[in-house]
Design a protein around this ligand. Sequence first.
Ligand code: ATP
Length: 200
Amino acid sequence: MTYTVGVTGGIGSGKSTVADLFAELGVVIVDADMIARDVVASGEPVLDAIGAYFGPEVIAADGSLNRALMRERIFENAAYRHWLEALLHPLIRERMLVECQNARSAYCLLVVPLLVENKLTDLCDRVLVVDASAEVQIARSVRRDSSNEAQIKAMMATQASREQRLAAADDIIDNNDCDLAQLRAAVLQLHEQYLALSGA
Ligand code: ATP
């Protein structure tokens, strides 16, 4: 099993930015969001069960899951959300595990926005939290997504608190008042540490 560093952080905290910097150093990145999309891509057998449960309209014309419609359905009804999560979470977990196992670098980075919320820390040898204050999260997300502050706050309310996340951290990148050069330096320092920990 490749030594696995789980990376998490709230919306707009800088996970992707940090992951890109590790990738520049040759570290394989396993992206939970991408895997979550792949498991419901066109042709995936699990779509039959989802179509049977929610109705054929949740399958888009190209055969993939209509994610926007599904989001609406599960927003209306918590039982729907639980059913879908019970179906998809084990599949997503298994694929994350396989991708980490197959990673061809000294260690790999498993980037999971909801690592703490979905209790996935057991997949990781170490947990790195990208930390930003609520104000910074909101400012960056509003700028990036052109969503409004209320939408970002609503999203943040569904995620773990900053304190809960930090409590799960082995390492923390403080991404509040730093520029890209400082972020890169922090990543390089952690990279050296992870190479040593992984026995490379
Ligand atoms: P999400 O979970 O919402 O996808 P994320 O945690 O992956 O977000 P990023 O997309 O990496 O966050 O960062 C959010 C925005 O903030 C991006 O536009 C990114 O370029 C910017 N950003 C990240 N870190 C910094 C920084 N240190 N200084 C300035 N801008 C930053």
